[in-house]
Design a protein around this ligand. Structure first.
Ligand code: UD1
Length: 332
């Protein structure tokens, strides 16, 4: 099938393109490169030995997007493109709502006009908000505490409403937990702009000597060692989850959410130790106060994805730490 991937040059997008090409799909990337580089597209070609189409197009540019659909008979869309920094979204709500919501609406209208009604959407475990007990289940009420999170909640709602109004649509809502790691080749991975917000890229830069020490945000949570617990998932496992979601979208209609996580929680200090041990490096840290908006623990109930998508994560923390570090060393 010809699959259009928005945000295909980004971290999760590029790994998903590799898996799509390896599985024999044709890939068309639409990316405005606002938080990625065209180099990633060449690396996808290098890893897979296969070609793909790349369009430097912004989803807000309706005419250019229509041209992409006119030139390519697209069977399904995987939609990653969007701004994703929580703190920045609080500073720039209009930019976040405009880019993420309007971009998605233009994409959906263009898909409808082209007769393509299958979409896999990059949602986030952030939609479980602050109040749900772990492990998070898809049936829980969803909410948000910042504009970034609200864009995910709103787009899920838009897709639910669209599938309700027109039952020939299919929308798979993938709620990612904490994607880390990189492709085993070391050629593609996560390259955040500036100082990283997320734990693993921060640890990697401390280990690399770029940043002096990790600040551990709180050791007084109600968790085994007091630090925050998250469900880290290898990005290649996550990418494979998109293939399972695509198969599902081809066979079923309606809007359906799925958790993509491992179901296991790892604390900040466990992650620091795993990274040090696996890669034989030092990660100095100090405990500081909690980060606003953080919760004690977040991990997935993975039973729905296992049962319905026939997918589960296979890689453990050691592989995640190893592959993240390999990518950092390759990109020096
Ligand atoms: C964060 C976002 C979430 C988003 C996800 C994308 C916040 C509050 N949440 O999730 O909405 O969907 O990224 O990947 O930003 N930590 C430290 N020191 C650091 C960085 C993180 O101790 O320098 C701790 C955090 O307190 C947390 C854990 O590490 O316990 C993971 O943090 P992070 O990687 O930022 O992910 P989330 O907070 O789960």
């Amino acid at each position: 099938m010809k699959v259009l991937v928005t945000g295909g040059a980004g971290f999760i997008g590029s790994h998903t393109c590799v898996e799509l090409l390896n599985a024999g799909h044709e890939v068309v990337i639409v990316d405005n490169l606002s938080n990625s580089k065209e180099e990633a597209v060449d690396k996808i070609r290098e890893i897979t030995g296969k070609d793909l189409r790349f369009y430097r197009v912004d989803l807000l540019d309706r005419r250019e997007l229509e041209d992409v659909f006119a030139q390519n008979p697209v069977g399904a869309v995987i939609h990653f493109a969007g701004y994703k920094a929580v703190g920045e979204s609080v500073e720039k709500p209009l930019e976040y709502y405009w880019n993420n919501i309007a971009g998605t609406l233009i994409l959906l209208e263009t898909m409808r006009a082209a007769g393509c009604k299958k979409i896999v959407f990059s949602s986030s475990a952030t939609v479980y908000g602050m109040d749900n007990p772990v492990p998070f289940k898809e049936g829980y009420p969803i909410s948000a505490t910042n504009p970034y999170g609200y864009t995910k909640v709103m787009i899920e709602q838009i897709l639910q409403d669209l599938c309700h109004a027109d039952p020939s649509w299919s929308a798979v809502l993938l709620r990612y937990f904490n994607p880390i790691g990189a492709h085993e080749s070391g050629l593609i991975g996560e390259s955040p702009n500036g100082i990283p917000n997320n734990l693993l890229p921060y640890i990697a830069q401390v280990a690399d000597g770029v940043l002096p020490e990790l600040k551990v945000y709180g050791d007084d949570y109600d968790t085994p060692d007091g630090t925050g617990v998250r469900d880290y998932i290898h990005v290649v496992d996550l990418a494979k989850g998109h293939l399972a979601a695509l198969d599902y979208a081809v066979s079923y209609t309606g809007a359906e959410p799925f958790n993509l996580g491992t179901g296991h929680g790892t604390s900040v200090l466990e992650m620091v130790q795993a990274f040090e041990k696996t890669n034989n490096v030092r990660v100095p840290y100090k405990i500081v106060s909690r980060r606003a908006g953080d919760i004690a623990a977040a991990y997935a109930d993975t039973s729905k994805a296992e049962r319905v998508l026939h997918w589960h994560a296979e890689k453990g923390i050691t592989e995640m730490c190893q592959d993240s570090w390999k990518f950092i060393q390759h990109s020096r």
